[in-house]
Design a protein around this ligand. Structure first.
Ligand code: AMP
Ligand code: GLY
Length: 425
């Protein structure tokens, strides 16, 4: 198959490499990608990856058999609709179904109709409504902007004034959600969906806060690991947990969207919080998670290209769950100085060769570019890359990941030192 992957980040690097290395022998092109991805995969220039017509034209002219959309923004803009209407298999929901990520109020409505457990939330269109809802819930306060907010839409705080400040900031863009505070362990679980049936991938955990010990601001994700051996202690087995999320969350949501005439074809990312054995949804995303994908896909044994093509073609029904090997994976994100508020970019990064000499290690490039003279790789964004290591157990994988990242030199770089620290196996 010839597969076009849309997007720029470490997630797209991981997807492209998994398409190249899991069985199937595909030809993969990425657009727009970045210079780090270009080391292993061909890039193509598309003027605008949110433009469904332009993407369709390219796909038809280049015999593309499958389009895989990485990031949420083009999905929410509706990039998947035009190629799908023209008969090109697309892994990624159309504009209507992508609202599951694009609007928190839409997601809450679907969950309510599908009977999916989630935190109680009120929609507030005025400061007075928000204030009443905040006082009704009490501290800690959870305030969410309704639409896409590049990771800045959610505030969890003990401080009522800060909560109100967040409400004031977002109200001009539309109503906000005031949500019940949920405590517990966060889990990211991905489902492939063909619009009717779903198949699970392996669970992962993301570290959203910038600094060690879950301190500092929320980020796009500073690290991840997979699988989650502690799930077995609570649910009997990881499989039993995944089956519950499939039955209680993913399948009902996908059927609800199908019933509404807006089938969800693509990856349903279930962001869950577990309080004991109680499972609640904190968010859905309409695409692979970043950095979770970087630790989930290296463990996948089943052919990714064939699975995504089957999902895009309505053919997941009756299949066995995708298989994962027994190794574990740890991913650590290297971010620029100043991330997330004001990342400093354009600084040289060295040490790739030494970093990659550590066994079982790979680097997924998120925002790297060649300097103008092509002499050095430089940073080009907030999250620069993910170092991913696999091993037989978490100690081995973690040691490898941290040994590898210690070889990378980027002035002012930030990374967490405690990814998967508490996990034993
Ligand atoms: P979201 O963008 O919805 O994933 O929220 C970002 C982060 O805020 C989540 O990963 C959680 O850590 C936290 N969060 C979101 N909703 C809640 C909630 N209802 N209770 C506690 N923490 C939350
Ligand atoms: N890692 C969180 C996300 O992809 O949204």
């Amino acid at each position: 198959m010839r597969i076009l992957v849309l997007g720029t980040g470490a997630r797209e690097h991981a997807i492209a490499d998994a398409l190249l290395t899991t069985p199937g022998g595909h030809d993969v092109v990425v657009s727009p990608g970045n210079d780090g991805i270009a080391e292993t995969t061909s890039l193509v220039r598309l003027s605008d990856i949110t433009d469904g017509d332009a993407v369709s034209e390219f796909a038809l002219a280049n015999d593309i058999d499958l389009i895989v959309v990485g990031p949420e923004a083009p999905l929410i803009e509706g990039v998947a609709d035009a190629p799908r209407e023209r008969g090109i298999p697309v892994f990624g929901p159309g504009r209507a179904a992508a609202q599951i990520e694009g609007s928190k109020a839409f997601a809450k409505r679907i969950m309510e109709l599908a009977g999916v457990p989630t935190g109680r939330a009120e929609r507030a269109g005025t400061l007075a409504e928000a204030e009443a809802a905040l006082d009704d819930h009490g501290a800690p306060y959870v305030v969410k902007a309704d639409g896409l907010a590049a990771g800045k839409g959610v505030l969890v705080t003990e401080d009522r004034d800060a909560a109100l400040g967040h409400v004031r900031h977002w109200l001009p863009s539309g109503p906000v959600l005031i949500e019940e505070f949920l405590t517990g362990d966060e889990v990211s679980l991905f489902f492939l969906s063909d619009g009717h049936d779903v198949l699970p991938l392996s669970p992962a955990q993301d570290y959203k806060r910038l600094r060690d010990g879950d301190l500092g601001p929320n980020t796009g994700g500073m690290g991840a690991y997979s699988p989650l051996p502690w799930l077995a202690d609570r649910f009997g087995s990881e499989r039993a947990f995944v089956q519950r999320v499939l039955d209680e969350v993913a399948q009902p949501v996908v059927r609800q969207l199908e019933d509404e005439g807006t089938p969800f074809i693509g990856l349903l990312y279930c962001g869950l919080i577990l309080d004991g054995d109680r499972i609640s949804v904190i968010e859905f995303n309409a695409r692979f998670g970043d950095p979770e994908t970087q630790v989930v896909l290296p463990r996948l044994r089943s052919p990714l290209g064939e699975l995504l093509h089957a999902a895009a073609s309505g053919e997941l029904g009756g299949r066995d769950w995708p298989e994962f090997d027994d190794s574990v994976a740890v991913g650590v994100v290297l971010a620029s100085e100043g991330y997330p508020e004001a990342p400093v970019v354009g600084r040289p990064i060295t040490g790739f060769r030494e970093a990659l000499e550590v066994p079982g290690t790979r680097i997924d490039h998120a925002a790297t570019a060649w300097s103008d003279d092509h002499e050095a790789m430089v940073s080009a964004g907030g999250r620069v890359l993910t170092v991913v290591a696999v091993g037989d157990d978490f100690r081995a994988a973690r040691d490898r990941a941290y040994q590898s990242i210690s070889h990378l030199r980027l002035e002012g770089a930030q990374y967490r030192h405690d990814i998967a620290e508490k996990v034993t196996r």
